[in-house]
Design a protein around this ligand. Sequence first.
Ligand code: TYM
Length: 324
Amino acid sequence: MKTMFSGMQPTGAPHVGNWLGALKNWVGLAKDYDSIFCIVDLHAMTVEYEPALLRERIRNLAAVFLASGLPAPEHCPLFVQSHVQEHTQLAWIFNTVTPMGELGRMTQFKDKAAQHAKNINTGLFTYPLLQAADILLYKGEVVPVGEDQVQHIELARIVARKFNNRFGEFFAEPKEIVTKGSRILGLDGKAKMSKSLGNHIEITEDPDSIRTKLKGAVTDPKRMRRSDPGDPSVCNMFTLHKHFSTPEQQEWAASGCRAAGIGCFDCKKVLADNMIEQLAPIREKALDWIARPKDLDDVLDQGAKACRARAQKTMDGVRALTGL
Ligand code: TYM
């Protein structure tokens, strides 16, 4: 079985983009691979955050993972990055084989540096090396991610190659798995859905709030009046229909929009009903997990224990090759 690794930052409640672009695929793929899933708290430290909230966010993220059907801990470890110290050790070694130019061209660094102009810390710059360490520490071969992370996986391949060239063949080059929901736009219809842009719907958002947010979401900007025909291919609501609605409902929405037979209000109502129905069981199970923090901690502890053993084995090999 190939090894699969993926992670998510506990920077806030996970959203529909995280679900469609990552989590839903993780759940679908988990049993076909030797899978490992990680809550990357050290990565989350690269932007301003409130220390008192971090633990709660980690637990909440674990709760959503489990509520979404991730088969942890039975079939795959789920753990917190900082609980396995080898991640930062390997990241340091990768720092020593990676030219700065490789990091400077990362689009996520450029975007985040622009977004957090007052806090362009070194961690933000070397972020992809910690990500490469996450994957390569477990000799990860496949990495299911959304489109925005593809460049980081490419860099992980470069890092593996640089290490192998310098110290001898050791790491295999990982490959990304990108699926259909790989780039979900936010409610503004412009930028990708993101916690930091506030254009998102949380996976555990309550139904009333989902309805209110969708009501205010941007549609085809050229459709100003109910009587104007619209173009579903430029409407983010239609993209969401493709993920949440039946083929018949999608056809109803597309043809009704084109002919101005339905209004955006009608279209959004059906979308909201479907989204609420599909997210409701996750929300319910997540709230149940959140009410049992000790059980959550047990799952994460088990995950860290399993991963520590594997990480130490890799680091033994790295130490031997690097002369440490
Ligand atoms: P993060 O926490 O930003 O996002 C987690 C996953 O969700 C995907 N995603 C999206 N997919 C579709 N549409 C969107 N609007 C959207 N927003 C987010 C991301 O592509 C990602 O797959 N650097 C990573 C975390 C990480 C990691 C790793 C991932 C750290 N180490 C090792 C894989 C392997 C990140 O910031 O994800």
